[in-house]
Ligand binder design. Structure first.
Ligand code: UD1
Length: 435
């Protein structure tokens, strides 16, 4: 039996909320633990989320012993290398699990990884992952839904690789190629590398494990391969997507909220767009921001998602939710995942006036939204529905809430502490299986 969130809209929020560690950073960091020949890799500030539990299950299958030390610290040590197969049952639950491919291949010379699943946000190919690893000398075949990769004579070799794709850079393809290149013979240059903060977090951990990566934070990464890596300690960066989601929550509800554990440098495009809407984000003390709205009305804006440092696709749905109640017509264009608009229909059920044209959402702001039963379709779309529920008149019921549990730690506890009326209850209508 599934669960649903029941939200009574219209409450002003106030108080402090703490942002958790970044899911999108913690997942590849966990995969990197496969690369260590000796010692423990200790990861701090790891959020307790469904996707993290899935990644832990995959790594345990692959021979990594993972101990939970404090609530958010994991100590990981490779105990055996008997299996190099990441099974469909686990990988299909979460796309990020594909980032075990590069480390397994580089360390063990062989990897068999199911093609991934993940959020329903359109076609999500893996050609750039394959391209990066093949450039390092890997032989890769698709066998009954599994990617089977081999390193000839057990070792990869350094190469110059251009990793940009038709939609720009790829975060996880960069992570996979980067991790593999650390143990390849010779030098690798990755051009068109993703510059997301999560990629930098991974590169810093790899360097602490003994790798030699230069150009971190730029689209050109230079890696000088080393024979072995060892365990190291790292603290996962704060989740910029969760921080952005709370900023939008504060803006929509016109609340006085302090958001803690925020790296503003990671949120430049979001802060800039919010200012256009009439919402200002000010750093009160290091890592603590206050969100302030300059008028009762939010202004319509145009926004296009782009790879970092552009506006993140992972905060697109939340912005659309806010623009649904802004004054005027906004145009929101997706240049990362052109089909990522499943939330529009659900927002329209709540009285929004949004239509889709190609890869754009045309949002005509309405005075108010009305609570309604709605269905979460993917992780960030479900966040958008929660935000809409917070300002809607009456009761909103969000079904298939397991989507939100993939990426938002203790979401209802955090919102309740801010004064929102959010309850999690058993969903007697049942939830469909994870798609
Ligand atoms: C990561 C994030 C996800 C975010 C996305 C874009 C994690 C765990 N997930 O996903 O939350 O929405 O970055 O910021 O970090 N592409 C190809 N070929 C490939 C790989 C990707 O064409 O082999 C395309 C994708 O279809 C998409 C674009 O590249 O259009 C960017 O996707 P990518 O950066 O790879 O997303 P993920 O790394 O899967």
């Amino acid at each position: 039996m599934g669960e649903k969130l029941v939200i009574e809209g219209g409450r002003k929020l106030s108080g402090r909320v703490q942002v958790s560690g970044s899911k999108n950073s913690a997942l590849p960091l966990l995969a990197a633990t496969l690369l260590a020949s000796e010692g423990k890799t200790v990861l701090k500030n790891v959020p307790d989320l469904r996707d993290i539990q899935t990644q832990i299950a995959i790594l345990r299958d692959l021979g990594v012993n993972i101990e939970k030390r404090e609530p958010s610290t994991l100590a990981c040590r490779v105990e055996h290398e008997r299996s190099s197969c990441a099974r469909y049952e686990l990988v299909s639950q979460m796309r990020a699990s594909i980032c075990v491919l590069g480390p397994l291949l580089a360390k063990r010379g062989y990897a068999k990884v199911s093609l991934p699943g993940g959020c329903v946000i359109g076609l999500r190919p893996v050609d750039l992952h394959v391209k990066g690893l093949r450039a390092l000398g890997a032989e890769i075949d698709l066998d009954h839904g599994y990617l089977v990769a081999r390193a000839p004579k057990g070792r990869l070799r350094g190469a110059r690789i251009f990793l940009g794709g038709s939609m720009g850079s790829s975060v996880l393809a960069t992570a996979n190629t980067l991790m593999a290149a650390c143990l390849a013979d010779g030098k690798t240059i990755i051009e068109g590398a993703a510059c997301e903060p999560e990629v930098n977090d991974l590169a810093h951990l790899l360097n602490r494990m003994g790798a030699t990566i230069e150009g971190i934070g730029t689209p050109q990464l230079t890696i000088t391969g080393v024979p072995e890596l060892h365990g190291a300690t790292a603290t996962v960066i704060p989740d910029r997507i969760e921080a952005g989601t709370f900023m939008v929550a504060a803006a929509m509800t016109g609340s006085d909220m302090l958001i803690e554990n925020v790296v503003l440098d990671h949120l430049g495009a979001v802060v800039d767009k919010l200012a256009e809407v009439g919402v200002y984000v000010r750093e009160e003390e290091e890592g603590v921001v206050r969100v302030h709205r300059d008028s009762p009305d939010l202004r319509a804006v145009h926004m296009t998602t782009l790879p970092y440092p552009g506006y993140p696709t992972d905060i697109q749905a939340q912005l659309v939710s806010m623009l649904a109640v802004a004054k005027g017509i906004s145009v929101v264009t997706e240049k990362v995942f052109p089909d990522r608009f499943i939330h529009l229909a659900e927002l329209n059920r709540m009285g929004a006036d949004i239509h889709k044209e190609g890869a754009s959402a045309i949002v005509r702001g309405v005075e108010k939204l009305a609570g309604a039963p709605v269905m979460a379709s993917d992780l960030r779309a479900s966040a958008a529905l929660v935000l809409a529920g917070l300002v809607a008149e009456g009761t909103t019921e969000i079904h298939r809430v397991y989507h939100i549990d993939r990426g938002y730690e203790k979401i209802e506890a955090k919102l309740k502490a801010l004064g929102a009326s959010v309850t999690r209850v058993e969903d007697k209508t049942g939830g469909a299986p994870c798609d």
